[in-house]
Write a protein that binds this ligand. Structure first.
Ligand code: ADP
Ligand code: MG
Length: 244
């Protein structure tokens, strides 16, 4: 596990989120350690994306609290949380150059043009796309586009990086390459990562700890290895067992 002073801890207490009659998150208690790589694993509809949206501030919770670095952020708007987010489908602006895409969050934060360009170029270097700044997104491969999305998410030095199934649109080889790339990046930045996936193998190979969600409830949270050897209940056992 990557123990670092740089990462940020998150404390989720009694988190609930209802959409009308649907309870997406049901009294979730979860501590995410500073600098850790946490995988949030669960079947479709189990509430994974909703947890990330609540952490990022895009979905106000129905109840409970979220503390980031000890600060109560439950009702703090997204742009004041300093959290980066990468979605499943790379949501780049098609008409903007790669560099301008990466610089976009800085523009939103009022950073001056020269500094924007310098910081965006540095973020592109971090994901090994330093030579691609002038291109348009469509001139890049799927994996490269997802790396641009990651550069855009880290360009303002967020304290936490949230990733919602960032690799599920990629083919198998590219996915494995990107898994290594993301781990390398996380270790070099020392950043806290919450990584959503419905792929058990991906969770077990990438994460320090894995949290399993079902129907908006936390079924188990443990180091990847322990999850495999000592599943907490039948659901976890069955879900992990599907890997074999
Ligand atoms: P996952 O990411 O694990 O597939 P989600 O967090 O997207 O699960 O969804 C959890 C539950 O909440 C599902 O039943 C889903 O239909 C519901 N849900 C999620 N977002 C919304 C929304 N914006 N409006 C209504 N229901 C939603
Ligand atoms: Mg989802």
């Amino acid at each position: 596990m990557t123990l670092t002073q740089r990462g940020t801890g998150i404390e989720i207490r009694g988190l609930r989120k209802a959409f009308g009659q649907v309870t997406a998150i049901d009294h979730l208690d979860l501590d995410i350690h500073p600098g850790e790589f946490l995988a949030l694993l669960g079947p479709s509809g189990s509430g994974k994306s909703t947890v990330l949206m609540a952490l990022a501030g895009f979905e106000p919770p129905t109840g409970g609290t979220i503390r980031i670095d000890g600060e109560d952020c439950t009702h703090v708007p997204p742009h004041r949380r300093n959290i980066g987010m990468v979605f499943q489908h790379y949501t780049l602006f098609p008409h903007m150059s790669v560099l301008d895409n990466v610089a976009f969050p800085l523009r939103m934060r009022g950073v001056a043009k020269e500094e924007r360009r310098a910081r965006a170029a540095a973020a592109l270097e971090t994901v090994r796309l330093g030579a691609f700044g002038d291109r348009l997104p469509k001139q890049l491969s799927g994996g490269q586009q997802q790396r641009v999305a990651i550069a855009r998410a880290i360009v303002y030095n967020p304290r936490v990086l949230l990733m919602d199934e960032p690799l599920s649109a990629l083919d198998k080889n590219l996915r494995e390459e990107m898994q290594i790339e993301i781990k390398r990046l996380q270790e070099s930045l020392g950043i806290t990562v919450v990584f959503v996936t419905h792929d058990q193998g991906e969770a077990l190979t990438m994460a320090d700890r894995v949290a399993i969600l079902q129907s908006g409830r936390l079924q188990q949270i443990s180091p990847a290895r322990e999850l495999y050897e000592r599943p907490a209940n039948l659901f976890a056992a069955g879900f992990i067992g599907e890997m074999n």
